[in-house]
Design a protein around this ligand. Structure first.
Ligand code: SF4
Length: 312
């Protein structure tokens, strides 16, 4: 299927006393129609910044370059008014932090109605029926009660479902989700995953997470981020069968089901990145070349690309 979202050579840097923080460094990726594309990586690897960039929500002090092409148009060359419009209508967002997407002073009903009117252009009369349908889609029971409540009156699991409802209210063609399963207990998490699976049948999804269970169940294409760059792109099933990048291998080996071996060391500071491979200080396969030369993403086969000299 054709690309819906294409990111070309995206760099996002933030100023810092010790030099620019290279939060996102030369990212290229393509999300196709109806595809569920996901990014995994440790916290601080640049995943959230990538979501904010696609949503046109980067902080004012960020400097960025490259292109984010959505339906053939570069988001970076659009007016902020147009980006806001696209964000309400064609690109939906599900954030991990309720504070960024739910307003504490408005009821759930008000906020969801607003999203429905903005996106689908419903009249006030149509909104109520669709509000109930929307809550039903995210398995929220007792809608008449819920729409009168404020975000703080809901449990974490319910709030998360309301946020998903906000994200899909306008029937967007692309949904961006940042850690949609974070902070949820296992039972609720599994329900959220199946809800997202359901939603992904009708829209493209771009999800970032450090939750590998969510990734394995949901993603079709998966990219691994490390220290601001993509180190592996793969078909999700093939990835979980056989990760190729040493960092990917380490991530999977740290899972309880696979031996629970943590990767030694920690990721490098984004203001003082190693000159060669950014994973070099932690890599058990490191070779002489890795120390001073920065590896490119090598094509292995199919959609598989790996940023490691083992695959050069
Ligand atoms: Fe390890 Fe070298 Fe591959 Fe980097 S390029 S991940 S140091 S083997």
């Amino acid at each position: 299927s054709p690309p819906l979202l294409e990111i070309r050579n995206l760099k996002v840097h933030f100023p810092d006393d010790t030099g620019p923080v290279k939060a996102v460094d030369s990212i290229d990726l393509i999300v196709r129609e109806k595809e569920c594309f996901g990014i995994i990586g440790e916290s601080g690897s640049g995943k959230t910044v990538l979501c904010l960039a696609i949503l046109g929500l980067l902080a004012g002090d960020a400097s960025f370059s490259g292109e984010i092409i959505f339906k053939g148009e570069n988001l970076f060359s659009m007016s902020s008014r147009k980006i806001r419009k696209i964000r309400g209508k064609e690109i939906g967002a599900i954030f991990q932090n309720p504070a960024t997407s739910l307003d504490p002073v408005f009821t759930i009903g008000d906020q969801l109605s607003e999203a429905l009117i903005r996106g689908e252009g419903f009249s006030k009369a149509e909104v109520n029926t669709n509000l109930i349908l929307l809550l039903d889609r995210v398995s929220i029971r007792d809608p008449a009660l819920r729409i009168r409540q404020y975000p703080h009156e809901l449990s974490g699991g319910l709030r998360q479902r309301v946020m998903i409802a906000m994200g899909i209210a306008a029937a967007p063609s692309l949904i961006i989700a940042d850690e949609p399963s974070s902070g949820l207990d296992l039972r609720i998490k599994r329900r959220i995953i199946s809800l997202l699976q359901d939603i992904s049948r009708n829209a493209s999804m771009f999800i970032v997470t450090h939750d590998l269970e969510l990734a394995e169940k949901l993603f079709e294409t998966l990219a691994v981020m490390y220290a601001g760059e993509i180190v592996e792109i793969a078909d999700c099933k093939e990835f979980f069968k056989a990760p190729m990048h040493p960092f990917s291998e380490g991530l999977l080996n740290s899972l309880p089901s696979r031996g629970m071996q943590p990767i030694p060391g920690s990721s490098p500071s984004l203001t003082a990145l190693p000159e060669g491979c950014r994973f070099f200080p932690r890599c058990r396969y490191a070779m002489e070349i890795c120390k001073n030369k920065h590896p490119e993403l090598f094509h292995v086969m199919g959609k598989r690309q790996v940023r490691c000299f083992k695959y050069a």
